[in-house]
Design a binder for this molecule. Structure first.
Ligand code: ZN
Length: 240
């Protein structure tokens, strides 16, 4: 299973508080825990690399892609977005994290130009309630996951209805939010996971790591069929 972790990689270089939490960048933190959990083929890619590190060759050799972006969505080239979008349709799994909800890629896949939500940054407690304990992504997760301090996201989250709603978050300020969801686009399996604001050490939490490792396995779809569309010269049943 070949995994690529993409990060815009800005805050960790420009803000001391973030650098302290993620000295090697969020992408390398994710890469590290994936490797510790037995995923041996993990690479990273960042915005500043040529083609944002997401060449056709890299994508062709990626089974599951992670996406973390926040302030530089607008700097991601439309050409690369289209390339990733098509690769998802062909069966590459995609895990969109936190503020990736506003990335060009996620909005394009959702079919919305908004992806907007309500937010507040004051370190409130988030309780993520597990409403699908049967789902493979939530195996090993209890009734809830408590994140002591996190950025608040609140409804209304302007997206189409998900295929599966796995977790609902409550925040100590009162908001609720659909914080773990799946979507299918073409042959691609997409998981949106809300936690991961850069100023809190959320990707070090064992439960968060467990969910993301499960999500990689769920999104992996190496045998996605090549579907043929268009003109069909012969009817499938000719004897009727
Ligand atoms: Zn954030």
């Amino acid at each position: 299973m070949r995994i690529t972790v993409w990060n815009e990689y800005l805050h960790e270089r420009t803000e001391e508080a973030v650098r302290k939490i993620y000295p090697e960048g969020i992408h390398n933190c994710i890469k590290d825990f994936l490797e510790k959990n037995g995923f041996s083929d993990v690479r990273t890619a960042t915005l500043d690399e040529p083609e944002h590190g997401l060449t056709q060759e890299v994508l062709d050799n990626t089974d599951v892609l992670f996406w973390w972006g926040h302030m530089r969505h607008h700097m991601v080239s439309d050409e690369v977005v289209q390339r990733v979008y098509e690769r998802v349709q062909d069966g590459m799994g995609l895990i969109v994290l936190h503020s990736g909800h506003e990335s060009k890629l996620f909005k394009k896949l959702m079919g919305t130009n908004s992806g907007q939500l309500r937010w507040r940054e004051c370190g409130e407690t988030e309780i993520m309630w597990n409403i699908r304990p049967d789902h493979p992504i939530l195996q090993g997760i209890g009734a809830n996951v408590v994140i002591p301090h996190e950025e608040t996201y609140g409804e209304l989250f302007h997206i189409p209805d998900p295929d599966e709603l796995l977790m609902i978050s409550w925040f100590s300020g009162g908001e609720v939010f659909r914080s773990a969801m799946t979507f299918h686009r073409g042959s691609g399996r997409i998981f949106y996971f809300k936690p991961g604001h850069e100023t809190y050490p959320i990707y070090y939490m064992p439960e968060v790591q467990k969910i993301l490792c499960n999500a990689v396995k769920w999104a992996y779809n190496p045998d996605a069929p090549k579907i043929k569309f268009g003109y069909c010269p012969e009817p499938p049943v000719s004897e009727l």
